[in-house]
Design a protein around this ligand. Sequence first.
Ligand code: OSB
Ligand code: MG
Length: 333
Amino acid sequence: MSDFPPLNRTVPDLADVLASARVVALPLATRFRGIEEREALLLEGENGWAEFSPFVEYDDDESATWLRAAIEFAWGDLPTPLRQNIPVNATVPAVHVDRVASILGRFDGCRTAKVKVAERGQTLVEDIARVRAVRDEMGPEGRIRVDANGGWNVDEAEHAIHALAEFDLEYVEQPCETVPELVEIRRRTKYMGVPIAADESVRKAADPLAVADAGAADILVLKAQPLGGIRRSLDIIADAGLPVVVSSALDTSVGLSMGAWLASAVPELEYDCGLGTASLLSADVTDDPLRAVNGSIDVRRVVPSPRLLDGYAASAARRDWWLERLRRCYALL
Ligand SMILES: O=C(O)CCC(=O)c1ccccc1C(=O)O
Ligand SMILES: [Mg+2]
């Protein structure tokens, strides 16, 4: 078990957490995870702005962990950055093959692309066409990884990885849902030389180290918000002893700035990070979004623009829902 670091002297009163809270609903450039609008609560502490944005269907226990992360980033002690910019991947949602080129075109200079596969209601034929289009766009030097979000059973995963191997995959993220399935698919596909990465098995598990302990993955995908913050993520990285990819959850540029800070403090960063997703939004909270330029994003604090916070403010009903959620999660800390 990997314990949460203490929320030390820096835990603000609820009133201080609520004082600066703003709720936004940002339109996506392309449907992702079944949503067309991303809601997020932003708040400002002594360090600057932070984001609290668990997906709306998450329960309070899971969401409270995301709140720990926001409070740490706004008020807590943060590690010293070891690097000033972070190479990121382009993210290609489970779109029709015709849309691949225009989506890749939103990501400036990214040498790596992550392609969503195994989407419910789609077929392997569609996945293969999408990955082939990405390979055609990126050329032979491009790095391509796929993310199945646990959508395959072990036999489906074996078949799919075999079919996709011709596109020279950097790794397959969460091919199956459970840790025992990951152990099995890793055993079955080892001969193909395609590494297995774990995402949900880290961020949604009671014990984020269980996947590493079980030998179920070659790479860990780490997200600062769902793991409870930067320091806890760094503890997990140190204990797991596996290479990591720092990623995000379709955050605003404020949330991405926390991911970039985590990535900046990881001792060794050998893979491009999943922190380029500001390019999937058609609006953001700042006039200077944390989008890839020449394949990298900066490590810096992001200050929302009052004009954009107003312009993309969520409805009063949705704002109240988020403030209530924040209160309930705070009570669980
Ligand atoms: O890693 C990336 O390229 C972007 C982040 C991403 O894919 C994602 C975004 C929101 C929710 C889940 C996921 C995921 O990695 O499964
Ligand atoms: Mg993933």
